[in-house]
Design a protein around this ligand. Structure first.
Ligand code: G6P
Length: 617
């Protein structure tokens, strides 16, 4: 959702702001705007509904002046439709102060009434304009932009990141945050603010993450962080691990195509440095400590969307290896149902962005209830890791396409490593068994590469003949079930068609009623080699739906002859142990979602209505 960029430095603010907004486009938005101080020292703004390119073209036709101070915003509409007027920045009554906002000001109606009573005039329908008018009023009273913002944030309820600049204060941008993201980029004679490090990674690798309820004032040569009460705050610097080029599309047709091609690396890089002589060593868990980990009696995994499906797969692995009961809950369901948490509960939150508001709120709730919280996250400097006791970072690199792909595989990898670490400290697996599973995990990247090489063209063809299909079902059992859910989610997100994933065992309890001639069903088939395999049961399911006219596309281990007579298409995957199959079976489904969206002429990277980081509840 909304992307934010702030800049003070050389006379290149427009270039920095538009570059930053471009890199934040992935968050999802429907309008964009900038404010700068122009060559005459006046505050100038430009904002346009639609894609960033509309703003870029407008600025090319009618330039604003590339001043040394600026703020930029991509808006994902909440209060008021996506129009030019509702786009940010919003201005103070005298037009000298510009403000941008990410989040929701929950008490905006009361504040708006107060301003209306005092004679204020509003030009938009947004909650944000209230903040702009209030900060403008406080600036008139104080002549101090930081103090003005501090006074206003004390009156706001809800979640927000706010950035302000004033034409009488060139070389200064002030930001404040509560429950919405904001990170600082440290340059040489220039400084940056952004919703995440992607906003400025092309200019600097040095960054600082600020905490909740803090205010930051950036000038070209200084960065000052205080809390909402005005007390100075020490902030630690970190180096951005991402390459600027990693968030570029390169020669790929879409970010998603690029990111699917990076799935082998996402797994390999997440393992890197965490395995020594076949033993998993997660020093990141030290803040919790092996003693406490050995003592936990329950794990609750919380996440949203694709991350929750990675969590479901984590459950299979952790229960199997560490013999601890694991529940998986959608963060928004968990948070509002008074869950049972004790000091022996380990809550594992999973979030690519580290900013999903539902997950963040669940993390805070769990911490307040006395549980230990471990986060699995892909983004340095994000909020959720800061609110957790410990963090295991996934090393998938920046994920730009809204629909998550490589991060899903990296999240699974992190969870499997956590499962093996827990098995070690709890003594539930022998060293040889751990080594064997580590070996399986280390072999996965090459096998994913094989799936990519073999199935890409075939799935592209499948997608082309399916552009008119109205509904697709996905069936899977055991670890194939979350994969079925993930396959269905990708089709909904990307191709806008009805898709549902089912546990194959449920088939006869309802879903089979949906089967009619021509119904497309993807079936995730377990390996026939495992003596405890559910393979025969899934093959029976295939026969049952085939008998009713379904068009079956099976994702099955290569050489699985039992499937061939009953499937219209078979997508072969390499051999792997049961728990490791999802790393491979999910890959064709990621490709299929992308290819079907592309074949339908849809925007693969930025599907309608969706945001990559859902930063409001
Ligand atoms: C949004 C995205 C999904 C993602 C989910 C969770 O809904 O569209 O692709 O899986 O958020 O995001 P997170 O950053 O918390 O993993």
């Amino acid at each position: 959702m909304c992307g934010i960029v702030g800049y003070v430095g050389d006379n290149k603010s427009i270039e920095v702001l538009l570059g930053g907004l471009k890199r934040l486009e992935y968050r999802g938005y429907d309008s964009a705007g900038v404010a700068v101080i122009d060559a005459d020292g006046h505050l100038a703004t430009r904002k346009r509904a639609g894609k960033l390119q509309v703003l870029v073209d407008d600025l090319a036709a009618h330039p604003l002046g590339n001043g040394a101070t600026g703020i930029g915003h991509t808006r994902w509409a909440t209060h008021g439709g996506p129009t030019d007027v509702n786009a940010h920045p919003h201005l103070s009554a005298d037009g000298k102060l510009a403000l941008i906002h990410n989040g929701i000001i929950e008490n905006f109606s009361e504040l708006k009434q107060e301003l209306l009573d005092a004679g204020a005039v509003f030009s938009s329908e947004t909650d944000t304009e209230v903040a702009a008018l209030l900060v403008g009023r406080e600036y008139e009273a104080t002549n101090d932009l930081t103090e003005a913002l501090r006074r206003v944030v004390a009156r706001l309820d809800g979640a927000f990141t706010l950035l302000v600049m004033h034409e009488d204060q060139p070389g200064l941008v002030v930001g404040a945050r509560r429950n919405s993201p904001l990170v600082i980029g440290l340059g040489d004679g220039e400084n940056f603010l952004g919703s995440d490090v992607a906003a400025f990674v092309q200019f600097t690798k040095r960054a600082m993450a600020i905490g909740q309820d803090q205010i930051v004032a950036i000038r070209p040569d200084s960065v000052e962080v205080t809390d909402f009460a005005g007390a100075p705050v020490e902030v630690e610097e970190f180096e951005i691990a991402w390459d600027a080029s990693a968030s570029e599309k390169g020669g790929w047709s879409s970010f998603m195509a690029k990111e699917i091609s990076e799935e082998p690396d996402a797994v390999a890089n997440t393992i890197l440095g965490r395995v020594h002589d076949g033993v998993v060593t997660l020093s990141e868990l030290d803040p919790i400590g092996d003693e406490a980990l050995a003592d936990i009696d329950r794990i609750v995994i919380i996440a949203c969307g694709t991350a929750a499906y990675a969590g479901m797969l984590g459950k299979y692995a952790i229960e199997q290896w560490a013999r601890i009961p694991v529940e998986v809950d959608l963060a928004h369901e968990f948070r509002y149902r008074n869950p049972i948490l004790t000091s022996r509960t380990l809550v594992i939150s999973i979030s690519q962005s580290g900013e999903t508001m539902d997950t963040l709120m669940a993390v805070k709730f769990a911490t307040a209830a006395g549980a230990r919280v471990l986060s699995v996250c892909n983004t340095q400097g994000a909020t959720i890791p800061r609110e957790s006791d410990a963090v295991v970072y996934t090393h998938a690199g920046p994920e730009v396409a809204v629909a998550s792909t490589k991060a899903f595989l990296a999240q699974m990898t992190a969870l499997y490593l956590i499962g093996l670490h827990l098995a070690k400290v709890r003594g539930t697996l022998a060293a040889a068994e751990i080594r064997e599973n580590v070996g399986e995990l280390q072999a996965i990247p090459a096998k994913i590469a094989e799936v990519l090489a073999v199935s890409q063209a075939e799935i592209g063809q499948l997608a082309h003949w399916m552009t008119d299909v109205q509904s697709v079902l996905f069936l899977g059992r055991n670890v194939g079930f979350p994969v079925a859910l993930e396959g269905a989610l990708k089709l909904k997100e990307l191709a806008y068609i009805h898709a549902e994933g089912f546990a194959a065992g449920e088939l006869k309890h309802g879903p089979i009623a949906l089967i009619e001639p021509g119904q497309v069903v993807f079936v995730i088939v377990p390996s026939p080699r495992d003596p405890d395999s559910l393979h025969p049961k899934v093959v029976s399911n295939i026969q049952e739906i085939r008998a009713r006219g379904a068009r079956v596309i099976a994702i099955a281990e290569k050489g699985d002859a039992a499937v061939l007579p009953f499937a219209d298409e078979v997508i072969p995957i390499p051999l792997a142990g049961t728990l490791f199959e999802p790393f491979l079976t999910v890959v064709p489904l990621h490709i299929f979602g992308m290819e079907l969206a592309a074949a339908k002429g849809l925007d693969v990277d930025q599907p309608r209505n969706l945001a990559k980081s859902v930063t409001v509840e």
